[in-house]
Design a protein around this ligand. Structure first.
Ligand code: HH2
Length: 248
């Protein structure tokens, strides 16, 4: 899954793809580099991010989804019902739902659905990064949401531990170390570690544009542990790594 942030303020590529034509070209490039899915988002969810008004988010994502959907499978990364509906109408076929609550929208559109674990909102979530056993609590949350989605009639349900969303670096590492416990649920697991700040912290404060090696290491780790999809900014390198993981 290649990341396409149509935002001015995403933590790693904010402002680069705000123009719809530039965003569409980048989405096509991600597909050419080997992305099976291009994940279009119009609101940053980095810790502390402000909410984007619905009209603005629609304006950012709908033309890009529309332009890409006949070329590559598109997912829409949003917390807003109106944006999810408009993007699915425009041709997206997966709802990447960081709120894990919009399964009824995915069901109506017969789309795939990603349930990602988070607590609170991006503005407040890091104050809620407290767990007795982060892996069990995340697994129980995701299983519960997946059951609701199954009951709503969704056939394609992904689960995602939400690395960095109401999680400390240690929580992220526990979730990666015990990823097999999420895989054992039987739902395909999606993992998004790419360029996140805990990679910087664990590699001597590498800045966001110097986290490729760390991102690749964690993508390979996730694949070996059984993740069915990884959400990444650096598609060419990750697709190359994925081919070798598959071969081995
Ligand atoms: N991470 C981000 C956004 N959406 N969706 C899923 N399913 N899993 C993730 O780990 C995930 C996600 C944050 O990364 P990014 O889109 O690069 O940054 P920003 O939120 O600043 O736009």
């Amino acid at each position: 899954m290649g990341v396409l942030n149509v935002t001015p303020d995403s933590f790693s590529d904010g402002g680069r793809w705000l123009d719809p034509e530039a965003a569409t070209a980048h989405g096509l490039a991600l597909a050419a580099e080997g992305a099976d899915v291009v994940d279009v988002g119009g609101e940053s969810t980095r810790p502390g991010a402000d909410e984007v008004p619905v009209e603005e988010e629609l304006r950012r994502v709908v033309p890009v989804v529309d332009a890409l959907a006949s070329h590559v499978r598109v997912s829409i990364d949003t917390r807003k019902r109106e944006v999810a509906e408009a993007a699915l109408d425009a041709g997206a076929t997966i709802l990447n739902d960081v709120s894990a609550s919009l399964y009824d929208v995915a069901a109506v559109h017969e789309a795939g659905w990603v349930a990602m674990h988070m607590r609170g909102t991006p503005l407040t979530m890091q104050q809620e990064a407290s767990y007795d056993d982060v892996v069990s609590e995340v697994r129980e949350f995701l299983l519960h949401r997946a059951r609701l989605a199954l009951a709503a009639g969704i056939r394609e349900i992904w689960i995602d531990p939400g690395l960095g969303f109401a999680k400390t670096a240690d929580h992220n590492l526990s979730l990666l170390a015990r990823l097999d416990e999420l895989v054992a649920t039987g739902h395909p697991v999606l993992v998004g570690a790419s360029r996140k700040s805990f990679i910087g912290r664990l590699t001597g404060d590498a800045p966001v544009d110097d986290r490729l090696e760390g991102s690749l290491a964690l993508a390979v780790w996730a694949m070996v542990k059984g993740a069915a999809m990884v959400r990444v900014h650096d598609v060419r390198s990750t697709a190359q790594a994925a081919r070798l993981v598959t071969a081995a």
